[in-house]
Design a protein around this ligand. Structure first.
Ligand code: GLN
Length: 284
């Protein structure tokens, strides 16, 4: 049998050879998961059972083949909450925590204690679930079209004990928007990658659903379609909150202005990139 330290070094080296710059981190996550130990390297000389060794090697192989770590683990943390993830659903990104913060701040600043919120293109449900956890009196609707993503959305709502109203539907149709009305907040992290970005995706991102990433030729397709359609579902004075791609905020500001939105604000993510655009539907 092999001990933890020997196996760790071997897996780490194998990952490094593929050009993985997070080899130590990835190996540690795989060890934590397979050994059920938060600090597996505190006992470096402990022997690893044959079954666990096989499991660790299999997960390392999947990582070597370019599968995202998050899919291999089957879960990932967002805003301190656990989310089930796997092929067919976009992996929650730390950037998106900026969007959640924005919505929470809007609710606090505007004294909305029990806001009516809709999250469009909900995917794993990381935004909708987190908002329900952080704003327990809110009613949160989550809209998703993908038959592959919907089971994750339902599971993550249950896993976190965060009841949502889940709608299966296409956010780009008037029929879906007509199902909701009088909303205080519409929030969305829609697909926003450009055609050029789609043709040059990182190996791991290529395993994620195209549907969650492809924003059309200039990446702005969803913002153009969602803004007029979901404006009707907002109450007067309600807010639209978007996550946006790097460098897209000014074009999205123009789309919002064309659609009569006011009080347009940008927020930067931890890397200093403008990551969210929020805007208000005028009061009557
Ligand atoms: N932030 C994601 C990426 O860069 C894109 C997510 C999206 O299109 N909404 O891969």
């Amino acid at each position: 049998m092999v001990n933890r330290s020997e196996l760790f070094r071997e897996c780490c080296k194998a990952l490094e050879r593929t050009g993985n710059t997070d080899a130590r981190f990835d190996t540690l996550c795989i060890f934590q998961d397979c050994l059920g130990d938060k600090n597996p390297m505190f006992s470096p000389f402990e022997e690893v059972t044959i079954d666990t060794e096989a499991q660790i090697r299999a997960m390392t192989e999947r990582r070597i083949s370019g599968e995202p770590l998050q899919y291999i683990l089957g879960k990932w943390e967002f805003y301190g909450y656990p989310f089930k993830v796997g092929a067919g659903v976009l992996i929650p990104r730390p950037d998106t925590e900026t969007l959640v913060d924005c919505v929470i701040r809007l609710c606090r600043d505007n004294r909305m204690t029990s806001p009516k919120i809709a999250d469009l293109c909900s995917g794993s449900g990381c935004i909708a679930v987190t908002l329900k956890k952080e704003l327990p009196l809110a009613s949160v609707a989550a809209v998703e079209l993908s038959q592959e993503a919907l089971p994750y959305l339902r599971q993550n709502s249950a896993l976190n004990d965060a009841p949502l109203s889940i709608f299966e539907g296409d956010v780009l149709t008037a029929a879906t928007a007509a199902k909701l009305s009088g909303l205080d907040i519409v929030v969305s992290n829609p697909p926003y990658l450009t055609e050029d970005e789609m043709s040059d995706l990182q190996t791991e991102v290529r395993r994620e659903p195209v549907m969650a990433l492809d924003g059309g030729s200039d990446g702005l397709g969803f913002y153009r379609e969602l803004t007029p359609r979901w404006k009707r579902a907002l109450r007067a004075g309600g807010w639209l909150c978007y996550e946006v791609g790097m460098g897209q905020h000014e074009s999205i500001e123009s789309i919002l202005i064309e659609n009569g939105f006011v009080n347009i604000r940008f927020t930067r993510d931890l890397a200093g990139i403008v990551r969210t655009v929020t805007a208000q539907k005028p009061e009557e």
